[in-house]
Design a protein around this ligand. Structure first.
Ligand SMILES: O=C(O)[C@H](O)CO
Length: 364
């Protein structure tokens, strides 16, 4: 028998029981659910990653929908528990949903939501920040200052890479990868054009290995599935330039992290900026000791506007299914759901298995 988990309740007499497995930023998502007749239960357990047993205890005997997190294992066990409790909807508060077994959700007729369109630029901005910080060794230099080691300017102190004129490679040029490319290249192209200098050019490479061989800075933005697991492995690291910069704000297992640690050790001028890790929240042995690695705790989407928007979209995904609303026709154009001064459209913003479940699409 699982231990009971602590919760905070909003609108106790609400007709529909909606659970959020974590407190989420902002209050708009709570208000929208409450205004539409939901009793909202937020898990306040002081435990970062909830187990399947914890979530089963939260679901209980009657639950209409759940808003969950990318750290949770949403497979057969949880979808069958949710379905037994009468639940019709689950939404990840994330755009990525590699933690969700969508086939299992289909089997139990549970709609699965995600939150695209609100974290594109925020994530691309972190990838750009890590690229610049790695190129100019900002974290190492900051640690040096704080340690009281700076005793005067030196010609060789924290020499890094100049990015002007260098080649930027994007692997996985979807929404976020394309935004990263625009950030790294377009503004610079305008600047060069205005000062009459040689323009920036771009091309679609014929293979991933071509990008790895030619680029000076490479940012990874693929989805994680069987085809992208260890996409960057020992062999592929070996074909990259010795002074290249590799950034990962997608999912950790896209890189073979053991091979990466070895490569960082053998190539001190090769640098990485990592937001995600193969065994998140853990790092493979040795990674934390590498001066040529910048590591941050999966914060690519962590701007206030984006995180509040993700919470709102996740709540509206669940609410829309409970209310029998159709699915929004373009999950990349979610601005109408984020406008605080107007009621949101009567639709679920993004349901990834809408087609498999035969759910109607909104005509709005
Ligand atoms: O998939 C996502 O939404 C991100 O990884 C969260 O930061």
């Amino acid at each position: 028998m699982a231990k009971p988990v602590s919760i905070e309740v909003w609108n106790p007499s609400g007709k529909y029981r909606v659970i959020s497995t974590k407190p989420m930023p902002g209050t708009r998502w709570i208000n929208l659910l409450v205004q539409q007749g939901c009793r909202v239960e937020i898990c306040t357990e002081k435990k970062t990653i909830l187990s399947v047993e914890d979530i089963i205890a939260l679901i209980g005997d009657k639950c209409d929908g759940v808003i969950g997190q990318l750290t949770e294992d949403w497979g057969e066990t949880l979808f069958s528990a949710l379905s037994r409790a009468g639940g019709k909807a689950f939404s990840n508060m994330a755009v990525g949903y590699n933690n969700v077994d969508v086939n299992a959700a289909n089997k139990y007729g549970v709609a699965v939501g995600n939150t695209p369109g609100v974290l594109t630029e925020t994530t691309a901005e972190l990838a750009a920040s890590l690229s610049l910080a790695a190129a100019r060794r900002i974290v190492e230099a900051d640690e040096f200052m704080r340690a009281g080691l700076y005793d005067g300017w030196l010609p060789n102190l924290y020499v890094g890479n100049l990015l002007k004129g260098q080649t930027v490679g994007v692997i996985g040029a979807g929404r976020i990868g394309s935004a990263y490319a625009r950030m790294m290249v377009e503004a610079y192209a305008e600047f060069l054009k205005a000062s009459g200098e040689k323009p920036v050019t771009w091309k679609r490479a014929s293979s991933m290995d071509e990008v790895l061989r030619q680029a000076d800075v490479i940012s990874l933005h693929p989805v994680l599935d069987k085809t992208t697991y260890h996409l960057v492995n020992k062999e592929r690291l070996a074909i990259m330039k010795k002074e290249a910069i590799l950034v990962n704000c997608s999912r950790g297992p896209v890189i073979d992290e053991v091979a990466l640690v070895e490569h960082l050790r053998a190539n001190p001028m090769f640098r990485v900026g990592l937001d995600v890790f193969e065994d998140e929240p853990f790092m493979k042995p040795g990674l934390a000791d590498m001066k040529n690695a910048i590591v941050v705790p999966h914060i690519a989407s962590a701007s206030k506007w984006t995180r509040e928007g993700m919470a709102t979209l996740a709540a509206l995904n669940v609410l829309g299914k409970i209310k029998g609303y159709p699915i929004w026709s373009d999950p990349n154009q979610v601005e109408p759901f984020l406008n605080e001064n107007a009621p949101p459209p009567a639709a679920s913003p993004s349901i990834v298995n809408a087609k498999a479940l035969g759910l109607p699409v909104s005509k709005l």
